[in-house]
Design a protein around this ligand. Sequence first.
Ligand code: ATP
Ligand code: MG
Length: 397
Amino acid sequence: MNEFNEVILLKYGEIVLKGLNKSYFEGLLMTDIKKRIKKYGEYEVKRAQSTVYIEPVDDMAKENFDLTYNECTKVFGIVSCCRAATVKKDMNDILENIVDYTYEKLRSVKTFKVEAKRSDKQFPFDSPAISKECGGLLLRRHKHLKVDVKNPDTVVMVEIRDYAAYIHCGSDEGAGGLPQGSAGKGLLLLSGGIDSPVAGYRMARRGIALDALHFESYPYTSVQAREKVIELAQIMTDYCGDINLNIISVTHIQEELRDKCREEYFTLLLRRFMMKIAERIGLYYNCTCIITGESVGQVASQTIPAITVTNDAVKTLPVIRPLIANDKEEIVKYARHIGTFETSILPYEDCCTVFTPKHPVTKPSLANILEEEQKLDVEALITEALSTKSYVKVTRG
Ligand code: ATP
Ligand code: MG
């Protein structure tokens, strides 16, 4: 705890561009923020001028200020976050607080500048005058400091806003995107790999709430593989919110494929089953899209002809592939950022890697695939698979 009246300021991202339905987005944003921070104590949360103000009210909230700030950097819809000292809209009060509040920061840098923003035009000093007064005082107090307006080590901000004046030393990047759940709900096909958690995160960041569907092939896949997927969903909730995770067994489908179909088509035939099942689950839970972690050319089943064959299995919901143009390295960077990477690389088998063909087709023709599919009672297999569904509600924290 410190002696300043410190607040967190969160600045909107694209919400500022919204027209008549801006309040819908703001409502979801405020709900997400309040839900996230209530475990850290009592806060006053209000908004004005495309900024959310979060002020600790009780001692617990003051003690947990750092944790709360960290939580706020994960809120979709926010582009920048900063912690600031609140002072009266009075030049003397600003000058009295600015030296102490920025003291530690300025001690550790060589150059700085003061930038002032005056959105309350009633304030008697204009922005250049505020910068000059504050900059002059800081220079007198720190003999080692120099002003560098072009490329300073740190920028001290003074903002004269609706409620008060705020002093801070720059912002951190926010999570970006649109408020959680503002764009409806999607069904994420979640495997135990690196890609699909990232695909889910990328869509959640655009405001899509997530349900998830995992296919297992027990006993060919293990109980640990299932636990790994639950763990991945758990990590994802930190950014994406609660996830209803459905688990379906495709063991019998895979055995039928093995016994009746040409080996080089196994993977694609299985992927078509996955899509058909996902479509039914998605429609049942009012999802408006299916999300996968596919990326062009990553494996044989992700060439454009292979994706065309997979896509043909879904008739009503769009299949969104947010990673389609990403390199693996870029995907790994995201996976590390959201914290799923270390879990994703645990070496448990996925249903896609049991009965893998030695030479999978990379340029399949839909006609050939459909001919293979006719060897199976597709409808009966889907019904049977749906009857194996189990369900885990994965909640944040
Ligand atoms: P990931 O790293 O996410 O496992 P991948 O590169 O291994 O992806 P594939 O195994 O071909 O690629 O799967 C492509 C996509 O299909 C996955 O990103 C995921 O969306 C979906 N998928 C694959 N296996 C499963 C599964 N067992 N359950 C649910 N969805 C799956
Ligand atoms: Mg995989």
